[in-house]
Design a protein around this ligand. Structure first.
Ligand SMILES: Nc1nc2c(c(=O)[nH]1)N=C([C@H](O)[C@H](O)COP(=O)(O)OP(=O)(O)OP(=O)(O)O)CN2
Length: 249
């Protein structure tokens, strides 16, 4: 979102949220940016106003970008659970998405209802250098952005309602594939962190007290599950997306 200055110029506030939407078994929802096709990411967005609480911004961005409402249950259509798109229109389920498993129980109508969606504040703040190609959207001299990280567990992969001006497609991917596909280093790191915490790597790791000499969690880049502080930026402007874009209709 943009913040309008007194002069009427619309500028982004350099404080944003990142919301990793995931299933219990490590499927991650990724969205393909409309302004950069082939660039995939979790839900992101800047604060609407300097005093907007990050948790509210996270819930707002989730709704704007996916149609999912934090605090409400979701419906997983039986057809989608079987691997077919549940919604018509611009939404798509790219072939790259893994076979869908659902823990929800189909009701007589063919629609299964999940539990309430609860946002989880991971209490992680990443401070990253803003890519050169996006710096013009911020005020003069602004070079860094602070990103607050949240997770949103959902019971099963579901079709989402995209905001066509912001995104072209969505995909549910296994966590390792999703992390590899994200263009944003801090997004990939958050997914790997969740994989360590939730045991998708093969073993669960306690969040608060990883053994100091335990070494890295297999298949996670983050040793233990210590919060990321100050995400490193390997390159300023990624010339190409992490992976070729999944197929779209
Ligand atoms: N090292 C960097 N990592 C990341 C950067 C970056 O500039 N450097 N940027 C992002 C953001 O995903 C990207 O800037 C988009 O941010 P977002 O706030 O979602 O902006 P949008 O234009 O999509 O939208 P609003 O919803 O209007 O805020 C990630 N990592």
């Amino acid at each position: 979102m943009r913040w309008r200055t007194a002069s009427g110029k619309s500028l982004k506030i350099p404080v944003s949220v990142l919301v990793v939407i995931h299933t219990p078994d490590g499927q991650i929802l990724l969205l393909e940016r409309a302004d950069r096709p082939g660039f995939w990411q979790s839900v992101t967005g800047s604060l609407d106003a300097p005093d907007e609480p990050p948790a509210l911004a996270a819930a707002r961005e989730v709704f704007e970008e996916t149609g999912l409402r934090v605090g409400e249950g979701i419906e997983v259509a039986a057809e989608f659970a079987a691997g077919e798109p549940a919604l018509s229109g611009h939404d798509s389920v790219p072939e790259a998405a893994s076979p869908v498993k659902t823990t929800a129980t189909p009701a007589a109508s063919g629609v299964a209802t999940g539990g309430h969606l609860l946002l989880q504040d991971l209490h992680i703040q990443n401070r990253y250098e803003i890519f050169a190609h996006w710096r013009h959207r911020y005020g003069p001299g602004v070079t860094h952005n602070t990103e607050h990280v949240f997770a949103l567990p959902v019971p099963a992969p579901c079709a989402v309602r995209l905001a066509p001006r912001e995104h072209l497609a969505f995909a549910w991917l296994p966590w390792a594939e999703a992390a590899a596909r994200c263009f944003s280093p801090s997004n990939a790191e958050a997914i790997r962190l969740l994989a360590g915490r939730l045991g998708w790597c093969g073993r669960a790791v306690p969040a608060d007290d990883p053994a100091p000499d335990a070494g890295p969690v297999p298949c996670c880049s983050t040793p233990g599950v210590r919060p990321v502080s100050g995400c490193s930026v390997p390159g300023d402007d990624p010339a190409t997306p992490a992976d070729p874009a999944p197929r779209r209709p």
